[in-house]
Design a protein around this ligand. Sequence first.
Ligand code: SF4
Length: 355
Amino acid sequence: MLAALERKGISRRDFLKFCGVIGAVLAVPAEGIGRIAEALASVRRPSVVWLEFQDCAGCSESFLRASRPTAAEIVLDVLSVDYHETIMAAAGRQAEEAKEAAIKTGGHLVIVEGSIPTKENGLYCCVGGRTAMELLSEAAKGAAAIIAVGSCASFGGLAAAKPDPTGAVGVRDLVKGVPVINLPGCPVNAVNITATVVHYLTYASLPKLDEYGRPLFAYGKRVHDNCERRAHFDAGQFVEAWGDEGHRKGWCLYKMGCKGPECYSNCPTVRWNEGTNWPVGAGHGCIGCTQPGFWDAMTPFYRRLPNVPGFSVESGADKIGIGLAAAAAAGVVTHVVGTAVRRNKAKAEENKDNS
Ligand code: SF4
C-alpha cells in the first residue's frame, strides 16, 4: 500500500503522520502507532459494498472531501470498494455483478448510508426495482460487519422525523446476526469512518461500542466536555443574541440552543475540514445530530435545553447531562414527550416575558 500511496505523491512521512492522527483518534498509546502502520502497509484489501438508501449523499461527500493525506485515498487504497452508486465507474448490470461477486465471496464490509423505509413493504426506496430492505438483507449475508454512516443509517435521521411518512429506521432495527457499528452525525465525520476501518484492519475486531452501537473512541464523551467555550459556561458568560458582544467574544452558546450538554461526539477534538473548525467554533450551537432521535429530539434548534427541575444553568451541565441522558435511555417516546414539554416550557417562558 505504501508504494501505491507514494505513486500518488504521499510520502512515508505523511503516511506515518496519518497513522499518528488515527492512533490519536482511537486513543492508542504511542507504541501502538507502529502496529497501525504495519497493519495498513501489509493488509489485504477487504471488499466493501457501500449502499445508499434514503440519503442526501452528504456522508459520501464528507468522506470523499477529507484532505491530504486523504482519508479517502488511504482507505480507498486499503479497501476494495466494489460497489458505491455515487462514485463507481461501472453502471447497470456491470455494477450489480460487482456487488453480487463481493457478497458471494463473503467476509466483506457493508457501509450503509441513509435510512431504510419499512412502510408499504419498503416501497418508498427501490434501487433496480428492489427495496432497500431486500438489498440490505442480501448484502448483510456473510458480511464481516456493517458500518452505518450518518444519522439516517444509524437511527433513521431526518427521514424519520415526524410524521415519518416512510417508516424510516436505522440498520440495527433490521439486521440481526451481523455486527453493526453506528457512526452517526449529519454528516458523518470522515475521520471516524477511517478510524473504524483502521481499527478493524489493525486488530481484526471492531472497536468497543456504547449502548447505541457507537464506538466509544468517537462518541464516548460529551461535546460539552471538550468544548472550547466551556470556561464561559462555567463562568456564566452566555451569548444572549446572535452578534452581541458575548457572541463576538466567543462566549457559551447554551442559551442560543446549543445541544452540547446532551450530545456525545468527538467533534470538538477532531473537528472538520482537516481539523480547521467545527460548528461551535464557527459560532453556531451544536444541534445534537449524533444522538438517537435526532431530528425531533433536538428541535427547536434555537431554543435552549430545558431546565431540568432542581438544576439551574449555573449548577453545571454535568447534572443537566445526567438528567437528559436518563431521559434519552427511556427511548424515542420520551424524546417526543421531551420535545413537547420543551415547546410548552418555551411557550410559557415567552408568555412570561411578554406579560
Ligand atoms: S453549551 Fe455548547 S457552547 Fe456552551 S460550553 Fe457547552 S457545548 Fe460549548
